[in-house]
Design a binder for this molecule. Structure first.
Ligand SMILES: [Zn+2]
Length: 199
């Protein structure tokens, strides 16, 4: 049986439902994300959910307005995902890159996964950093782990200085260029990442 991992990045209220960095359009991936969580539970795959969660004086607030402060609803998983919380390994992070968290590094030490599917937000920031760092790590350690990113399971925010669709597509291309498989997930396919249709 395949030893697979689903990684859900930052499906928190502070990036989707409320606060200075939230964009409700990201909800367009919520159905796909929940569907993948359900399939992964059924197949008994490991599921990690990264959650942006800050202290009020975190260094990241030099670059971004304060967001996702621990203990506020912004740092909570969105309700659609939170209802599966008991099945998730929730990892809090205080920078954009979940790969560098102690909790993830400890999990990686003890586990070599065959396939990793990444969903969540934002395509061009936290998803891109996690997927490319993990991919590089696997190559560096000669691990066979294959990283997949679902093009319809990740998305990014839109504003006057940041075109969502353009940044989403550019980030997918960048990840593909670096050896990550960008796949399109169909509603009813099984969670067999190695068989998913590639772009
Ligand atoms: Zn943050």
């Amino acid at each position: 049986m395949k030893n697979n991992l689903l990684v859900v990045v930052d499906m928190v209220n502070g990036f989707i439902n409320e606060g200075p960095l939230a964009d409700k359009n990201i909800n367009k991936i919520t159905g796909t994300v929940v569907n993948e969580i359900k399939k992964a539970i059924q197949k008994k795959y490991t599921i990690i959910a990264f959650k942006d969660c800050h202290m009020p004086d975190d260094a990241e607030f030099k670059d971004f307005p304060p967001h996702c402060i621990g203990g506020t609803s912004q740092s909570e998983l969105i309700p659609e995902v939170k209802s599966y919380e008991n099945n998730l390994i929730v990892i809090e992070k205080n920078t954009t890159n979940g790969f560098n968290t102690k909790a993830f590094k400890n999990l990686v030490k003890g586990n070599i996964w065959d396939n990793v599917l990444v969903v969540g937000c934002c395509t061009d920031i936290c998803v891109l950093q996690f997927a490319t760092n993990f991919n590089e790590f696997n190559k560096n350690h000669n691990r066979p782990t294959k990283i997949f990113v679902a093009e319809n399971g990740v998305y990014t925010f839109d504003n006057s200085e940041h075109n969502a669709e353009k940044n989403h597509q550019n980030a997918l291309q960048r990840m593909q260029d670096l050896g990550i498989s960008v796949v399109s997930l169909k509603e009813k396919t099984n969670f067999q990442m190695h068989n998913e249709k590639t772009r």
